[in-house]
Design a protein around this ligand. Structure first.
Ligand code: ACM
Ligand code: ZN
Length: 530
């Protein structure tokens, strides 16, 4: 007997959509379809192999996904009992000799049960995300009612990512977004298997992270007097921990960015004595590159930076901490007695050497904290300390040079990965007006390992990332509109084998998830075109 019969509310359960349409973004390494389908309903169990470690949290994640709309199916928890016909979704952790990448997984959907096998919690989580995406594709987007029975077509998937760093960034300085918004963003990242959330927490227009030792960073630095509500706000340490925990459940690393020594006007509005002029300065209400930057001749500036980083490291447990380093003009340093003394004492060649000096000192502190620094690509010119990571944004060439010199790099060129640029060439489109648009197709064409890198230097490319700068995004709906659907294309660039990338196949697969996406998020119309 069909084990679901007792629980049916509807006279018939819709058959699954044909399996040639039940496809994923990002495309998995292999998918083998078979006949029949597995029914998810409230009689289903989540069976977790009890190996005594923390991996039952993956069960918690799976449970939470089906508890929310459009399903609202409360799956039961059960101990893994080894019975292959038990009608359960089984999470099985196993070492696999052939799996070199931590996030690899195998997902087998059979009429009687579903098994996700992986060697790590991260792999199990990616398998859960594939199962969830399949379930969403089965849901008729025009039907707004919850579905408490869903049939998922039978298939076997073996899958692993191409790159270890699959990032999405969000600038919360130019506009502030609530913890609820950040969680919504993390849900989108998870759906498309991103594993890095780069949180741009500080800039000229607002400091967004509570530091106990320097309370004015938020009491003054988080408030902008432009009358816009989204111009002010900050996260408490409790907020940050809540976000990190939410991300952890999705196996996303939250990497904070504290942009230094430029892009610091909000910090200097709070502590003007750490600027070269002594201020006064206000939290900036304008965009662009600002001349007032941290005084690198002042020991008190280093005291703030190291104390602040100690507090950052207490809250964030990420391997990496991003310390910015972009767009730092030297105008004030040239006219500042303290900076000039530093310049002479350190026998520097030119003022940009002052940024090199600053970087070396903060990296030494990061090392004490057992963290790795990530820097925007300007820092390569001043000397990137070995062991740290360069994020290439002014095109690919700085990333290429760094990778050739043996540095690890993340490719995030503004030509393909700046999602604050318009989607299409239309004056009414959202996005920066001064930059060329970046279409969905152009994002899809992005190749993080360019031909200039050989097999050896190409290994230094950790992956890629899109950046969402929010000068022109006053609310989270606009953030979604700028990120979607381009982040879907980027997810495939970063997850799928290069040889399996195919634009027309991507468009068809994207179409299977877009009804749900469009019903639940704000998606740009370019989802239908190029
Ligand atoms: C940047 O876009 N200034 C990193
Ligand atoms: Zn100075």
């Amino acid at each position: 007997m069909d084990r679901c019969q007792l629980f049916r509310r509807q006279p018939t359960i819709p058959d699954p959509k044909p399996s040639n349409l039940t496809m994923f973004v990002p495309k998995p390494s292999t998918v083998t379809t078979s006949s029949g389908s597995f029914t998810v309903d409230r009689s289903c169990k989540i069976a977790v192999m009890d190996d005594g470690d923390a991996h039952s949290r993956v069960g918690e994640y799976l449970h939470s996904l089906f508890m929310t709309r459009p399903f609202e199916i409360q799956l039961k928890h059960s101990q893994f009992d080894g019975d292959p016909t038990s009608g359960a979704i089984r999470l099985l952790k196993k070492s696999r000799k052939d799996a070199s990448i931590d996030e690899s997984y195998e997902l087998t959907i059979a009429p009687n049960d579903v098994t996700i096998t992986a060697q790590s919690d991260a792999g199990l989580t990616r398998g859960v995300q594939s199962l969830y995406q399949l379930a969403l594709q089965q849901k008729d987007a025009s039907d707004s009612a919850s579905t408490d029975i869903i049939k998922i077509p039978a298939m076997t998937i073996a899958d692993q990512p191409r790159f270890a760093w699959r990032g999405m960034h969000l600038d919360v300085s130019r506009h502030f977004f609530s913890v609820a918004d950040i969680k919504r963003y993390l849900d989108l990242l998870a759906l498309f298997k991103f594993n890095v959330f780069h949180w741009h927490l500080t800039d000229d227009q607002g400091w967004r992270f509570e530091i106990d030792a320097y309370p004015r960073l938020t009491s003054i630095g988080a408030k902008r007097s432009d009358g816009k509500t989204s111009g002010s706000g900050f996260y408490t340490k409790k907020d940050i921990r809540e976000v990190i925990d939410y991300a952890k459940l999705r196996h996303i690393e939250v990497i904070p960015e504290i942009d230094l020594p430029g892009h610091t006007q909000a910090m200097l509005a709070a502590y003007p004595e750490l600027s070269c002029t002594g201020g006064p300065l206000e939290v900036s209400k304008t965009t662009g590159i600002h001349k007032d930057v941290l005084c690198v001749g002042n020991e008190d500036a280093f005291k703030l930076v190291t104390t602040m980083l100690d507090e950052v490291a207490e809250v964030f447990d990420s391997t990496y901490i991003h310390l910015g380093g972009d767009e730092c003009p030297t105008d004030r340093w040239k006219e500042c007695a303290k900076c000039q003394k530093r310049f002479t004492d350190e026998r520097l060649k030119d003022e940009s050497g002052l940024q090199g000096y600053f970087t070396a000192r903060v990296v030494a502190h990061l090392k004490k904290l057992n963290r790795v620094g990530v820097f925007w690509d300007e820092v390569l010119e001043m000397g990137l300390p070995a062991g740290n990571v360069l994020m290439s944004w002014r095109g690919m060439e700085h990333g290429i040079n760094a990778a050739k010199q043996g540095h690890r790099v993340v490719m995030s060129p503004h030509t393909h990965c700046y999602f604050d640029f318009k989607h299409i060439d239309d004056p009414n489109d959202h996005g920066a007006t001064w930059a060329d648009p970046i279409s969905l197709k152009e994002v899809y064409a992005f190749e993080p390992i360019p031909a200039e890198l050989n097999d050896e230097s190409g290994k230094n490319v950790l992956g890629g990332q899109a950046n969402v700068w929010t000068e022109r995004m006053p609310d989270f709906k606009t953030v979604e509109m700028m990120a979607l659907p381009r982040m879907c294309a980027l997810s495939e660039v970063l997850w799928t084998n290069a040889k399996d990338r195919d634009w027309s196949s991507f468009r068809k697969r994207l179409a299977t998830i877009t009804p749900w996406l469009a019903n639940n998020h704000n998606v740009h119309k370019s989802i239908h075109g190029e």
